[in-house]
Design a protein around this ligand. Structure first.
Ligand SMILES: Cc1cc2nc3c(=O)[nH]c(=O)nc-3n(C[C@H](O)[C@H](O)[C@H](O)COP(=O)(O)O)c2cc1C
Length: 183
């Protein structure tokens, strides 16, 4: 059993990373291996909207023409039994790096030939509003939309802020264990 973690934070010692580690701790305690990607460390261009109609090879071939780190992460997602998306809340929305990645992932998954490896795969979302604590709801809405449009089955989305973090940590670990046990 393997889990792929997609993190939209640059800070491996930050709040988003800490929440992600709680979740992955639960996964590992249930016997899973985790592969982690901190997207700001990866070369991920934004979508080029290749053709005049806004589509491109993503629609006809289920592949992105951009030669960067995107494809390797997609392969990890394909081979995993579960996926977790974790993002800091920026302006009440996803961080730029996770936006760039999920925008392209959603496109290649619109191709029917890719449905066998991603559609129906369980996923969990984590949104960490580490500043004022505002904007968590709109960030969760963005993440829910992109994850479900991509074809994942969303098990849960966690909205964290400095007030609820201590008690949500236990729930994050439980969710990780649950994902591995039920995937
Ligand atoms: C550009 C930007 C926008 C942000 N917008 C919000 C926000 O809308 N609400 C909030 O609570 N925190 C906001 N923050 C704070 C981040 O959520 C906080 O830095 C993050 O949760 C902790 O970062 P880390 O997990 O990457 O360490 C923002 C931070 C940045 C850099």
């Amino acid at each position: 059993m393997s889990v792929t973690a997609i993190c939209g934070s640059r800070n491996r010692n930050g709040k988003t990373a800490a929440a992600l580690q709680q979740f992955l701790g639960g996964c590992r305690s249930a016997g899973a291996e985790a592969t982690e990607y901190y997207l700001p460390e990866q070369a991920i261009e934004r979508c080029r909207q290749c053709d005049p109609d806004g589509w491109g090879d993503c629609r006809d071939k289920g592949a992105c023409i951009i030669d960067d780190d995107f494809d390797a992460i997609v392969q990890s997602i394909r081979s995993a039994q579960g996926v977790v998306f974790a993002t800091p809340v920026y302006w009440g929305d996803l961080s730029e790096s996770i936006r760039a990645f999920t925008d392209r992932l959603r496109r290649i998954c619109a191709y029917a030939g890719n449905a066998d490896t991603i559609e129906g795969k369980p996923a969990v979302g984590i949104c960490v509003a580490g500043g004022s604590g505002g904007g968590w709801l709109t960030c969760c809405v963005s993440l829910e939309k992109t994850v479900t449009q991509t074809g994942f089955i969303l098990q849960d989305i966690f909205a964290l802020n400095k007030r609820n973090l201590p008690y949500k940590n236990k729930a994050l670990a439980a969710a990780g264990t649950w994902l591995v046990s039920h995937a």
